[in-house]
Design a protein around this ligand. Sequence first.
Ligand SMILES: Cc1cc2nc3c(=O)[nH]c(=O)nc-3n(C[C@H](O)[C@H](O)[C@H](O)COP(=O)(O)OP(=O)(O)OC[C@H]3O[C@@H](n4cnc5c(N)ncnc54)[C@H](O)[C@@H]3O)c2cc1C
Length: 367
Amino acid sequence: MPKVKETEILIVGGGPAGLSAASAAANLGASVLVLERDGKPGGQLIKQTHKFFGSKKQYAGDRGYQIGDLLIEQCRNNPNLEVWTDTTVLGIYEDGVVTAEGQGKHLKITPKKIIVATGASEKMIAFPNNDLPGIYGAGAVQTLMNVHGIVPGKRVLMIGAGNIGLIVSYQLMQAGVEIAAIIEAAPTIGGYLVHASKIRRAGVPILTSHTITEAYGDEGVEGAIICKLDESWQPVLGSEQDLKVDVVCLAVGLSPLTELCFQADCQMKYVPELSGHVPVRSEYLETTRPGLYVAGDVSGVEEASSAMVEGRLAGISAACSLGYGEDIAPKLQAEALAELSELRAGPAGQKTLRGIINLMDKGGVVC
Ligand SMILES: Cc1cc2nc3c(=O)[nH]c(=O)nc-3n(C[C@H](O)[C@H](O)[C@H](O)COP(=O)(O)OP(=O)(O)OC[C@H]3O[C@@H](n4cnc5c(N)ncnc54)[C@H](O)[C@@H]3O)c2cc1C
């Protein structure tokens, strides 16, 4: 018989959103269990060696992995909180039972509230031979280099000039890998110009309005053909270039990892500004399935800073709905909402806000 574990709040995913939700709820007195499929909690932060931008309140100036260590430490010292690693949540069922696989065992958990904080997955693009060994996602390259100390190859074509493409290119250069070029289909660079300028100063071309038409090679990538795109995003004939590379790295965006929300029958909506299908939810991050909250990239791809604040908001709201901290919860919720507004005040944040408004307006639940 599978083991049954009871908890007041179950958190799926131990990234910045999940860990922040866990300590916020446990600090108010709720018993919390975090399930993390990886061997170590921290989510994307454990591989991020660069210093974070943003607000001092969300650790700007610290390196990602240091922020991860800090969040883990906050959880470690809390007697109301357990974190189980190497444990993957498999399903959330109608009767409220959650199933998971951990260390070779099938587990059943019966929580009163659930917070899904599963993050996001990398997007792929279609081109001939995109399944050759040597084609990587940028997150995978970061894990390989910064967690396992392995470089993916000798010469890389980076696709995507958003922040992830720029940061991972710079980290590859620091590890002694040559970047043949960074190409970007849009007419402008999407990431921060401070990162782009550093890379250009090192002699790496960043080619906007360019795409990959194919990769080639026998056993693995030996090269890639790129070409220019016109104003209608169509290939310009005769503009093809053949780049000899052994790695093609895709940094073309992330999609919210929402399978569990679909399976739990939350109402879902496609919102381009939030990078894909996301669950419709209230201002306090409760979905249309009562008692199931979301936080972080799963609720719309943003940044670790907003993921941590959303996690805190979801944790406080879930604990408060169980009767914990009712006297201070409204103040804490208002503080978290104000921090989210501050974080979303810039141009990227405005796009997110448009997405959230769109989500709430059409069939959404508004508190
Ligand atoms: C290269 C790069 C640079 C970045 N730079 C910055 C920056 O400078 N500033 C900034 O604020 N943000 C930055 N970000 C973004 C930031 O890392 C993410 O927005 C943030 O990690 C999202 O947090 P999260 O907790 O929602 O998801 P994640 O960090 O992805 O954590 C989700 C966790 O859930 C776990 N999980 C998923 N499914 C299951 C399951 N079924 N069962 C159990 N566990 C599960 C995963 O293993 C993971 O640990 C960067 C991202 C990248 C890739």
